[in-house]
Structure formats: C-alpha cells, structure tokens
Design a binder for this molecule. Structure first.
Ligand code: NIG
Ligand code: FE
Length: 403
C-alpha cells in the first residue's frame, strides 16, 4: 500500500454519468489531493495531509512540484498494427483527389494491406510497440488495436497474434477488423468474403479476441451484408463494434439495432441517427483525427451529448485517414469546433471510452478503479486542453506503478 501525492488538483470524474452533456461545475476537484493505492487499485482519494495522518506508517510516493492528476486515457479505436506509409495518399488528397477515389485506384487501405503483409511478425511487433509505448508516455494507459490490414485468414491471424504479444505495460484490447474492405485478391463478392470469414477465420481467433468490427460504407460493406455478418458474429459469442456513418448515414442505426458496444466515426450522422444513438446503450465514438486527416467535418459531438448519448473520443490512429496519432491534440481541437466542456472531453477520453470496450474499472480516480493515472505539470486542470496537446503528462502510472 502507498500514498501518492500531494497533487495541486485531482480530477476524479467520480460523479459523472455515462450519458449526456456535463458542465464543468459538475467536476469533482480534490485540492492538495492524495491517492491511496493497493495492489494496483485505488483504495481512497482525498486530502493528502488527512490521508497521511490516518496512515502514518505508509510508504509515500512524494510529488514535489505542482501537478494535476487525471485518469489515464483510454484510446478505444486505433489501427496501430500496420507497416508502410501513406504519405503519398495524403499529398494526393491535399492536391484534390478524394479519399475514396484514391482507394479505387489501388491506394488507400489496400496499399497498407500490401505493406503489412510484406512485413514479418517481428517487424510489425516492433513498429506497433513503438507506437503503443509512445501512447503510454502520453498518458494513454489502455489502447484498443484493430487488425484489418491482413485481410486473409493467415495474415489476420498474424496481426492478431502480434497485437496480443506486444511488449508494453499499457492494457491492450485487440479487435478483429477482417471486414475492413473486400481484399482485391479475394475471388468472389463481398457477401462471399464475409461468409469466408465466418467459416474460416472467426472460429480460429476466439483465443485472440472477443471483439469484431466491420467498416459499413458504400466503398466497403453495405448495411444488409453487415447486418447478416454481425448477426452470425454475435451468435458465435463475439462482441461487436462498427465503423459507422463515416461518409454516408444509416450504419449507426444498424449498429444500435445489432446491439453494438460502439458506433465509431459518425461524421455523416443525421438528427435521426443522433437520437437513435442517444436512446441506446451504444457508445458514440468521435474520431477527430480522421476529420483532421481527411479535411472532413467533425462528428456532431455537441448534438450527440445534448441528445443524451454516451460520447467517447478516440484517435483512430492509422496510416490513411488519421496519421497524427495524438489523442489529446485531437480531442482539444474537437472541443473548440464542437464546443465541448472540459468535463465532456475528459469523460470521453476515459470512462466513457472504457464503456465502448465493455470495461468498467478504468477511467475514474475513485475507490475500486485501477490505479492508472497521469500527471500534468500545472496547478489548473483547464491548462490541459487550453494548450491543445502541447502540455504533456510528465508522470504516468499503470496499476500504481510509475512508467
Ligand atoms: O477508421 N474507415 C475505415 N478505416 C480506417 C481508415 C483506414 C485507412 O485508411 O487505412 C478509419 O478511418
Ligand atoms: Fe478506424
């Protein structure tokens, strides 16, 4: 057992609900705070001096300068397991060629599939570890990672194995996105490709993931074929999540109907879609990094919150649409364009994002939660978003241990 502190402020997020808008005056801020940690979990949060007086023989991990402590971030949507670059796509898009047109010409997702297939598992592992460990240094203590650049039984298994074997102290949540696009070398229709996954891939990956994702979009898989796939996937016992409403609306409603844990992207969602999401248990995940990477509109985060949705914010880090990979910068920018409060952004980066992963013991600094925290060199929590990603955490703890 140890006592960590004193912190100028601890932002606990303890009393904030999963759904709906939140004003900053709902934030619990513990001044001169301390956290009592035992076996990787939080025992108590409170005034540092009081906690020290109550536990005089305790080991103290002393914080000597002003710091604000917040929960570790949960990046609930990434594609960090890839090789190669798409700098050429980025340049071409900025020169005026649309994302989907580049994809039709054989660039886009397919070009990353080729590069990823050509990489050995060892190379892929090193690339992925570098990315995840730099996330961790920036306060992201839990990260979801999708496959989806393999697109064959063998290559998807290679990627899922790599994700499972990463040497990192971050918690990693693997997801199978074999239904990213129909691979160019698959001889058959989209429906046949999905059937092939159900018969030949999914039974082989149960020990590697319990989550399945699909990219439902005109250029990938239609709503009807996605519904059929997800139905089968659910019957096999997997949890589901959907890349929904990125360019065309309709799939977020399908995700809700199918009981998906989350519907992610939502840049094209309409008022009706927003209301359907708000009246569901499906987490609405905004991916500002994809909007910034593609120069497309942001997801309607403000409207989603006002309608009562559970809004999470994730990086979507991938070589194509979201190459920046800086969650805090992206969330800060989303906040200015969508008018989000600190409370809404920090909730969306922590326990609300954890709900998208079906995890309920991370994302708050509260008794019983995992001791995953990050400290920023400031004495006012509002400085964090104000610096738009330039103020980084300089101390990170995972399960109570310093990273
Ligand atoms: O979430 N939209 C589909 N998939 C990724 C992009 C993948 C890529 O362009 O390589 C996304 O934006
Ligand atoms: Fe994505």
């Amino acid at each position: 057992m140890k006592l960590i502190g004193p912190f100028s402020q601890i932002l606990t997020l303890a009393h904030i609900d999963f759904k709906g808008s939140v004003k900053d005056n709902a934030l619990e801020i513990v001044e001169n705070g301390g956290v009592l940690v035992s076996k990787g979990h939080i025992l108590k949060v409170g005034n540092f001096d009081t906690l020290r007086r109550e536990n005089p023989l305790l080991e103290i991990e002393e914080i000597t300068q002003k710091r604000v402590l917040i929960p570790g971030f949960v990046d609930c949507h990434t594609h960090t397991c890839f090789a190669g670059t798409r700098a050429m796509d980025f340049a071409e898009r900025n020169a005026g060629t649309p994302y989907l047109e580049i994809a039709q010409k054989g660039g886009g997702i397919w070009s990353t599939v080729t590069a990823t297939r050509n990489a050995s598992q060892e190379e892929l592992k090193t690339l992925n570890e570098t990315r995840v460990n730099s996330f961790l240094k920036n306060g992201i203590t839990t990260v979801e990672i999708k496959s989806g650049y393999g697109l064959s039984v063998e290559e998807e298994i290679k990627i899922l194995n790599t994700i499972n074997q990463l040497d990192t102290e971050a918690d990693v949540v693997p997801t199978c996105l074999a239904a990213h696009i129909k691979p160019r070398d698959f001889d058959g229709s989209g429906v046949e490709y999905l059937e092939h996954l159900i018969e030949n891939l999914l039974p082989k990956i149960k020990h590697l993931t319990n989550r399945i994702d699909i990219f439902t979009e005109k250029s990938a898989f239609g709503i009807e074929e996605s519904t059929h796939y997800l139905q089968k996937v659910k019957e096999m016992g997997f949890q589901i999540t959907v890349h929904a409403d990125q360019f065309t609306a309709g799939s977020a409603q399908m995700a809700v109907k199918m009981g998906a844990l989350s519907a992610d992207h939502l840049e094209a969602s309409t008022e009706t879609d927003i209301n359907v999401l708000a009246n569901s248990e499906t987490v609405a995940v905004a991916l500002p990094g994809a909007s910034i990477g593609l120069g497309e509109p942001f997801a309607p985060a403000r409207k989603l919150l006002d309608a009562g949705a559970c809004l999470a914010i994730a990086s979507d880090y991938n070589p194509g649409s979201a190459p920046m990979g800086d969650l805090l910068t992206q969330a800060s920018i989303l906040a200015t364009f969508q008018k989000l409060t600190n409370a809404e952004v920090f909730s969306g980066l922590t326990f609300r994002a954890a709900k998208a992963l079906n995890l309920f013991d991370i994302g708050k600094i509260s008794t019983g939660y995992k001791a995953d925290f990050q400290a920023y060199p400031t004495d006012d929590y509002r400085e964090i978003l104000y610096h738009q990603g330039q103020l980084k955490p300089d101390i990170v703890w995972k399960m109570g241990y310093l990273i």
